[in-house]
Design a binder for this molecule. Structure first.
Ligand code: PMP
Length: 397
């Protein structure tokens, strides 16, 4: 027997498995609603104008490919802080926030998880039920026990808020709570501002460690609106971790651009935290890649490009909202026996459609691919494919 002969086959990634099946499908009318990617009305992943212009600018001043600092490009980390906390934030002025560039939002979560495991090894981690499927695996791979907190209510297609609060109040002090800052993946069900206030109170009173995951800033109500919850946590005081990603908001999926920010209680404490975060990065991949970070930093720091980005991001946000409206209106006609109005209230790229696993299976026979849980990517609908999706859903109900 070889060294590796006893190794089992790992389970397939549920979402990437859908893409594999989709790619193998020869039906030219196939539609992939399984992925978490924004497509434009022509079914293409956009290459944003602001990105193209920033890249053109970078091409004019080509620079040698030296290593970046362990914590990443300084201009990038600064731009991230200003975006995430607000340019006028006291935590920036007081140097209480530290930010490290990360390999996408996933990398940011992993740096945060490894960091927390060193300094709060006995904490349990709590993720929403359900959550992005990688949250559990990520924190478990860092050595944590991962539990769920109550979140989604199938009956209302919204948040079971009383249940969520009850879960928070039961957690032991020092527990790590992973919260979706906006555009909850996979359900599309977000908290109201009032509910956030109550969550912040519960986190404070329970001595919990909040870890905000913000992968979709700008896809909900707007850049500042979606980031408001971060500022409210900062104002409440206490430790805070924030992972953010530019995969969606800059349509830079494959460049892997994200960041982890941590708020400390003083500048002196922040310096110690940064030194430890750097240690985590150094022992994982040493330092981050340059290109994506340079593009994002250039866009965010150049007023003309920044304005363009805000417009383009608004364009994506508005198109998704339009698809929600159209889906609800068209389903009301095609399947009047069922109320899909909740799809309009959901936020971000996804909708928990309420379709069962069996119904998703039947959709697949029509070459329409969704996740077994009924999650569909609204951002993959467009004016050309929506009628076929609506007809197929009406047929499988
Ligand atoms: N968190 C959530 C909630 C996500 O949905 C995603 C991406 N699907 C990520 C983190 C990871 O983002 P990235 O692709 O930038 O690693």
């Amino acid at each position: 027997a070889s060294l590796f002969s006893a190794i089992d086959m790992a389970p397939r990634d549920p979402i990437l498995g859908i893409t594999e099946a989709f790619n193998a499908d020869t039906n030219p009318a196939k539609i992939n609603l399984g992925v978490g990617v924004y497509y434009d009305d022509n079914g293409k992943v956009p290459l944003l104008q602001c990105v193209q212009k920033a890249e053109a600018k970078l091409m004019e001043q080509l620079s040698p490919r030296t290593y970046l600092p362990i914590e990443g490009l300084a201009a990038y980390d600064k731009a991230v802080q200003e975006l995430v906390f607000g340019a006028d934030s006291a935590v920036i002025q007081d140097k209480r926030a530290v930010t490290v560039q990360a390999i996408g939002g996933t990398g940011a979560l992993k740096i945060g998880a490894d960091f927390l495991k060193r300094f709060s090894p006995d904490s349990h981690v709590f993720i929403s039920d359900p959550s992005w499927e990688n949250h559990r695996a990520l924190f478990e791979s860092a050595g944590f026990t991962v539990n769920n907190y109550t979140y989604y209510d199938e009956a209302t297609h919204g948040v079971n808020f009383e249940g969520m609060l009850a879960s928070l109040r039961k957690m032991a002090p020092g527990s790590i709570v992973v919260l979706h800052a906006c555009c909850h993946n996979p359900t599309g069900a977000d908290l109201t501002q009032d509910q956030w206030g109550q969550v912040i109170d519960a986190v404070q009173q329970g001595g919990l460690i909040p870890f905000l995951d913000m992968a979709y800033q700008g896809f909900g109500a707007g850049i500042a609106e979606d980031g408001a919850v971060v500022r409210r946590f900062v104002d409440a005081g206490g430790p805070l971790l924030v992972s953010n990603s530019f995969s969606k908001s800059f349509s830079l999926y494959g460049e892997r651009v994200g960041a982890l920010s941590v708020v400390a209680s003083s500048a002196e404490e922040a310096a110690r935290l940064l030194s430890q975060l750097k240690r985590v990065v150094r022992t994982n991949y040493s330092n981050p890649p340059q290109h994506g970070g340079k593009v994002v930093a250039t866009v965010l720091a150049t007023p003309e490009l920044r304005g363009l980005w805000e417009e383009e991001l608004a364009g994506m946000r508005v198109r998704i909202k339009q698809m929600r409206e159209d889906l609800v209106a068209k389903l009301a006609k095609a399947a009047p026996q069922r109320d899909f109005g909740f799809v309009r209230e959901q936020v971000g790229m996804f909708s928990y459609s309420g379709l069962t696993k069996e119904q998703v299976g039947k959709l697949r026979e029509e070459s329409i691919y969704a996740v077994d849980t009924g999650r569909i990517c609204v951002a993959a609908l467009n004016s050309k494919n929506i009628d076929r999706v609506v007809d197929a859903i009406a047929k499988v109900l």
